[in-house]
Design a binder for this molecule. Structure first.
Ligand SMILES: NC(=O)C1=CN([C@@H]2O[C@H](COP(=O)(O)OP(=O)(O)OC[C@H]3O[C@@H](n4cnc5c(N)ncnc54)[C@H](OP(=O)(O)O)[C@@H]3O)[C@@H](O)[C@H]2O)C=CC1
Ligand SMILES: N=C(CCC(=O)O)C(=O)O
Length: 445
């Protein structure tokens, strides 16, 4: 089996040189699928996985804009339209200086299997730019978003490709992009998700990724007769995913002790409460400040330039960025008694870290399964837009919860090995099957 994996990876590496994050995402799936493909030759003979790792389309474009000082700035924009076998392309837009082809191809590839797991008709895509919204004025962000959309609008649409948020792309950026799209196309459609409630957005979409991750971890704990009540939780990040992961954890009686950003993390041993969370939401979403400022207000410790994984906790929720949990971080978590990991971020654990978690047989949920609540609720936003109606908060939350339970149960179906559940294998196979069957039916396209 190992030889077959290396043979496949050799061709992926040759065809996609210098793209380590993409190789990492593909290798994890190829390792899960190779034994399955041996038992299911119809997929192997049709070269489904070989076709799946090749994007259907990659769009790259220049994004020039003028800053507040009147100086011309130049960024690069991308849209990776990975796979449309089961529905229109669907995936976020990441605005971060680290954005490049490798990062967006890994995200787009993960999105294909993630969207399949949601049971909703959505293909996989991802886009973005190396533009950094941090420290920019609202007017500069608006001018960038308008120029970015002035190119992207040719390649997207409600039945073609529906972008949404990701790192650096929140409600503000979606609003500016939507306004420009509407002006250029002279039509009002559900072409983006994460929209504002007064112009086609869905209730629960801001909360969805965080809520969904907690719902998934709840299902994992149930397989061992455990619950979230009283569990000490370490959360990384302090953006959209982290904020609502914390909110749902507090609601379910867990104790959240950390939050972070790219400068460091706060450690609140007594647990972050609703009032303190409200302060984080205001700090990050309104004042666009740094998590360090909370340390003073919460009278808790702050650790400069460190990640929160040396902190003693029962459950870890990595909700910042890729490869933020190394092998050593994973060893520290297991040594300190961590029993479960729920990935809110995309690919936040390195392959070494995953190996440590699986060797220790802890409950480990890969992001493509546990963070699928965000895109699932984007799918629910698309459904509401198509019907030109809005569901209540309770209706959307119930659908989200049911989808996360279904994803968990599908992972168990394909991942159970004796008393242990390999959620990586389960998610990769469960996500693959629906896409592969559609690709078989569509012929060699
Ligand atoms: N938004 C969504 O719907 C979904 C997002 N995700 C994933 O969740 C993760 C977080 O996204 P989201 O909350 O939307 O993004 P936000 O931009 O709202 O927040 C990102 C958070 O992560 C931190 N961060 C970003 N890059 C780094 C880095 N290189 N090192 C350390 N910290 C970093 C940011 O800190 P700072 O402010 O200092 O940059 C910030 O606290 C990403 O992996 C994203 O792909 C997954 C599913 C859905
Ligand atoms: N950034 C997202 C959300 C994508 C979406 O809602 O279309 C992800 O699933 O990684």
């Amino acid at each position: 089996m190992k030889a077959k994996v290396e043979e496949m990876m050799a061709s992926v590496i040759i065809r996609n040189p210098g793209e380590p994050e993409f190789h990492q995402a593909v290798r994890e799936v190829v390792e899960s699928l190779t034994p399955f493909l041996e038992k299911n030759p119809k997929y192997k003979e049709a070269k489904i996985i070989e076709r799946m790792v090749e994007p259907e389309r990659v769009i790259m474009f220049r994004v020039p804009w003028v800053d507040d000082k009147g100086e011309i700035q130049i960024n690069r924009g991308y849209r990776i339209q990975m796979n449309s076998a089961i529905g229109p392309y669907k995936g976020g837009i990441r605005l971060h200086p680290s954005v490049n082809l490798s990062i967006l191809k890994f995200l787009a590839f993960e999105q294909v299997l993630k969207n399949s797991l949601t049971t909703l008709p959505m293909g996989g895509a991802k886009g973005g730019s190396d533009f950094d919204p941090k420290g920019k004025s609202d007017n500069e962000v608006m001018r960038f978003c308008q120029t970015f959309m002035s190119e992207l609008f040719r390649h997207i649409g409600p039945d073609l490709d529906v972008p949404a948020g990701d790192i650096g792309t929140g409600g503000r950026e979606i609003g500016f992009m939507f306004g420009q799209y509407k002006k250029l196309k002279n039509e009002f459609t559900g072409v983006l998700t994460g929209k504002g409630l007064s112009w086609g957005g869905s209730l629960i979409r801001p909360e969805a990724t965080g809520y969904g991750c907690v719902y998934f971890v709840q299902e994992m704990l149930k397989t061992r007769g455990e619950s979230l009540k009283g569990k000490v939780c370490a959360v990384s990040g302090s953006g959209n995913v982290a904020q609502y992961t914390v909110e749902k954890l507090i609601q379910l009686g867990a104790k959240v002790v950390t939050l972070s950003d790219s400068d460091g993390f706060i450690y609140d041993e007594g647990g972050i409460d609703q009032k303190e969370l409200k302060c984080v939401l205001d700090l990050k979403n309104v004042r666009r400040g740094r998590i360090k400022e909370c340390a003073k207000e919460f009278k808790c410790k702050y650790f400069e330039k460190q990640r929160p994984w040396q902190v003693k906790c029962d459950i870890a929720f990595p909700s910042a960025t890729q490869n933020e949990i190394s092998g050593d971080d994973a060893k520290a978590l297991v040594k300190n008694g961590c029993i479960a990991v729920g990935e809110g971020a995309n690919m936040p654990t390195t392959p070494e870290g995953i190996g440590v978690f699986q060797k220790a047989k802890i409950l480990y949920a890969p992001g493509k399964a546990s963070n699928a609540g965000g895109v699932a609720t984007s799918g629910l936003e698309m459904s509401q837009n198509s019907m030109r109606l809005s569901w209540t908060r309770e209706e959307v939350d119930k659908r989200l919860h049911d989808i996360m339970i279904a994803i968990h149960d599908n992972c168990v179906k394909y991942g159970k090995e004796g008393s242990y559940i390999d959620y990586v294998k389960g998610a990769n196979i469960a996500g693959f099957v629906k896409v592969a069957d559609a690709m078989l039916a569509h012929g060699v396209v």
